[in-house]
Design a protein around this ligand. Structure first.
Ligand SMILES: Cc1cc2nc3c(=O)[nH]c(=O)nc-3n(C[C@H](O)[C@H](O)[C@H](O)COP(=O)(O)OP(=O)(O)OC[C@H]3O[C@@H](n4cnc5c(N)ncnc54)[C@H](O)[C@@H]3O)c2cc1C
Length: 311
């Protein structure tokens, strides 16, 4: 049984989510793990994939039709080789979740979504009800199309492997969609899902100005990503792509600092797998303290600046 992992990349480098997905792939495989790099001028990303420990072969599909990651074209590329595999794994990122359902539908199989554990090649675990229960899902489909919650699996080593690289022709443009433009948030800070440290603020911050004034210096000191609760995002204190939680990003950094966040289950669903959780809240009964490794009952407007000063 050979497993295919669909790489997340920017044509030159691999995105970290690919490494966690390779680890899930290794757990599914009784045979080899292959990686598909579907892109345009993506030889460098292919080379990076060939160095990932545990990967036996990298397939680089190069075509202008794959330059912008249009889901229709990437899905067609996956389908062109799908029949060679028992499992096709995507990281559970916006990109992966855009392509995987198309592949599953066109193969006429059920998608197995957001797995956090591989029990056996046909049985997987996935959180449901905002992580309050774990569903064990068994699939009899000949090809299993799976999305992988990257926080559930350690990253495979990015170096040490020496996989063969095969270059194949990329698919023609499907003509079903076209790339119009992209507006990308530019930030000096690490991207949330890849950040080793995240500093998150909640509704308690009270305004966008205070959010910046209080939280940004702490993030700067720690070279951390900035996160927020949904209440803070909905109130306009922080941009939408900073939201952590069930309907935001799922993160598991080495250190997560939550300031002025109550710890609603929907927020916990996005961060409770963080290695070390620090909570600052003036209410000692706040539910965030139930998952915190270190809790500080304090007013964040004094505690956070003091912390910045002490660092
Ligand atoms: C379907 C659904 C999906 C959702 N998805 C998400 C999601 O993805 N992410 C998410 O975060 N939420 C989500 N929510 C919302 C969630 O239920 C909570 O409403 C939200 O997380 C609360 O945000 P908060 O903790 O910032 O605000 P609050 O619950 O209002 O908590 C503010 C906290 O700040 C503390 N505080 C106040 N002043 C200070 C101070 N000066 N110093 C220190 N502490 C102070 C208070 O004691 C309180 O604990 C979702 C809800 C639903 C229904």
């Amino acid at each position: 049984m050979t497993v295919l992992v669909i790489a997340e990349h920017d044509h030159a480098t691999l995105k970290p989510a690919t490494l966690n997905t390779v680890t899930a792939g290794i757990a599914c495989a009784s045979g080899d793990v292959h990686v598909l790099v579907a892109g345009a001028n993506a030889a460098e990303a292919g080379k990076a994939a060939s160095q990932v420990a545990g990967v036996a072969k990298v397939i680089v599909a190069d075509s202008p039709s794959l330059a912008e990651n249009l889901a229709e074209n990437v899905a067609a590329q996956v389908l062109a080789i799908a029949k060679n595999y028992s499992h096709i794994l995507f990281p559970s990122t916006a990109n992966g979740k855009n392509v995987a359902p198309r592949v599953a539908a066109l193969l006429d199989v059920a998608q197995i979504s957001d797995i956090t554990k591989v029990d056996s090649p046909d049985t997987f675990e996935r959180p449901i009800y905002a992580g309050n229960a774990i569903a064990i899902v068994q699939s009899n489909d000949a090809i299993k199309v799976v999305t992988v919650r990257t926080t559930g699996f350690d990253a495979a080593a990015a170096t040490g492997g020496s996989a063969a690289i095969e270059t194949v022709d990329g698919v023609a443009d499907s003509g079903k969609s076209s790339f119009v433009g992209r507006e990308v948030t530019k930030s000096e800070r690490p991207e949330l899902t890849a950040a080793k440290i995240i500093v998150s603020g909640g509704r308690a911050l009270g305004s966008a100005e205070k959010f910046q004034e209080v939280m940004a210096p702490l993030a700067d000191k720690l070279n951390a990503g900035l996160g927020a609760s949904r209440a803070a995002v909905d109130a306009g204190y922080a941009p939408n792509d900073w939201q952590v939680g069930q309907t935001g990003k799922i993160v598991a950094p080495q250190l997560y600092i939550a300031a002025g966040i109550s710890g609603a289950i929907q927020h916990l669903a996005g961060m409770k797998d963080s290695k070390v959780i620090v909570a600052i809240n003036k209410d000692e009964e706040a539910p965030i303290f139930s998952v915190a490794d270190y809790g500080l009952v304090a007013d964040l407007f004094t505690a956070v600046p003091e912390l910045v000063k002490a660092l």
